[in-house]
Every structure is written in structure tokens, then in C-alpha cells.
Write a protein that binds this ligand. Structure first.
Ligand code: C5P
Length: 206
């Protein structure tokens, strides 16, 4: 069983993916972390985010078990990740890694931007999780403030819109709802309601 979850930043897809993996006893991969890990390694080496050859090399040696979410979740790393995410050869390398993860029994939940369209086009169930930019900006601002990070609603909203634009307009594997994905709009839902809705959709489809 493979559950593909795509959607924009701060849509709730990450929390949802983690909870669904627990519920259905599957492994979970947050594919955004793979792009973040490559971007963070380039930044640490002081190399430009467009250095595709080195980015591919970093991706080839990536150890999924070593990715540290607490470090990689930084706002600037998300921004840098969406810049490296336009590199076609890097995406190919990461897609291979993500597919191997998905296809290892008993299956997995993967969340990202192109899981239903590119990484796992034959997934058992596909969800496209979204929410209004305002709702997402409000959630992301609250989350950052609760971690003691600096954030203002206006700047978070602007950053999210810019990242959505870059992710949905790029030529390679743009963020897009797959034709056979079910749309889950969480604008008016808390995480519990979104989780219940997702379990219903998956139980019907699987
Ligand atoms: O989901 P997250 O915010 O961690 O993703 C960081 C960036 O990585 C996204 O803005 C996007 O550019 C890129 N990404 C992608 N394809 C994926 C997952 C993430 O292009 N499957």
C-alpha cells in the first residue's frame, strides 16, 4: 500500500502523513526533507544553490535515517530547498531514492509536491491537501512563534505565496493535483477533522 500526499507548504500534509502512517502501520517519508537536506549541505559548504553536479553528489550519498528534522525545518532552509528543487538531475536522483523507499514492503506514506504525479503515479490512494494561503500563513506563524522563532503574519504570507508560485510554475515536476487525487481542503478543519476525513477517503479507496 502506498499513500501519496501532495500539497503546498503549511497545508497540514506533513502532520497528516505522519498520523496516517501510524494509523495504517506504514513507513513515512517527508520528501521535503530530502530537498532540505541537499540545500542545507550546499549552504554549509558555501556553494551556490544552483550547483547541480554537487547537489546530485550530495543526494546520492544522502542517508534518510540521518536527516534531522529539527535542524532542517528552519524557514531559510525551506526557501533554499525550493531553489534546488528546480534542478532536473537532482530531482531524478531524489525520485529514485523516494521510489525505493515507497516500494519497500509493507509500503509507505510519502508527502511532498509531486508524489502522485511523478514519484508514485500508481499509488493506492492519492490526496491533495490544501488550505487558503491565509489559513496556512496563520498556522505557520503560530507554529514559528510557539518555537520562539521570529515571525510576522504578513511576511510569512508573502513567503508562502512566493514558494507556492515557484513550486507550481517550475518546468520539472511542478506541484499539481494528480487527475486521480482526492482534494482535501483543510481551511476550515483542525488536524483531527482532517485526519478523520483522510482515513475515510483512504479506507474507501484501499
Ligand atoms: O514540504 P517542504 O516545505 O519541506 O518542502 C521544501 C521544498 O522542497 C518545497 O518548497 C519544494 O520546492 C521542494 N519539494 C519538491 N518536491 C517534493 C517535496 C518538496 O519540490 N516532493
Amino acid at each position: 500500500m502506498i499513500i501519496a500526499i501532495d500539497g503546498p507548504a503549511a497545508s497540514g500534509k506533513g502532520t497528516l502523513a505522519r498520523r496516517l502512517a501510524e494509523h495504517f502501520e506504514l513507513r513515512h517519508l517527508d520528501t521535503g526533507l530530502t530537498f532540505r537536506a541537499v540545500a542545507a549541505a550546499l549552504l554549509a559548504k558555501g556553494l551556490p544553490l544552483g550547483d547541480e553536479a554537487i547537489a546530485v553528489e550530495i543526494a546520492r550519498n544522502l542517508d534518510l535515517a540521518q536527516m534531522d528534522k529539527s535542524v532542517l525545518s528552519a524557514h531559510e532552509i525551506g526557501e533554499a530547498a525550493s531553489r534546488v528543487a528546480v534542478l532536473g538531475a537532482l530531482r531524478q536522483e531524489l525520485v529514485d531514492l523516494q521510489r525505493r523507499f515507497a516500494e519497500t514492503p509493507p509500503g509507505a506514506v510519502l508527502d511532498g509536491r509531486d508524489i502522485g504525479t511523478v514519484v508514485c503515479p500508481d499509488a493506492t490512494v492519492k490526496l491533495f491537501v490544501t488550505a487558503s494561503p491565509e489559513a496556512r500563513a496563520r498556522r505557520r506563524t503560530d507554529e514559528m512563534l510557539s518555537k520562539g522563532q521570529e515571525a510576522t503574519y504578513a511576511s510569512v504570507l508573502e513567503d508562502l505565496k512566493r514558494r507556492d508560485e515557484r513550486d507550481s510554475q517550475r518546468t520539472v515536476a511542478p506541484m499539481k493535483q494528480a487527475d486521480d487525487a482526492v482534494l482535501l481542503d483543510t481551511t476550515e478543519m483542525d488536524i483531527e477533522a482532517a485526519f478523520q476525513a483522510a482515513v475515510d477517503i483512504i479506507s474507501k479507496a484501499a
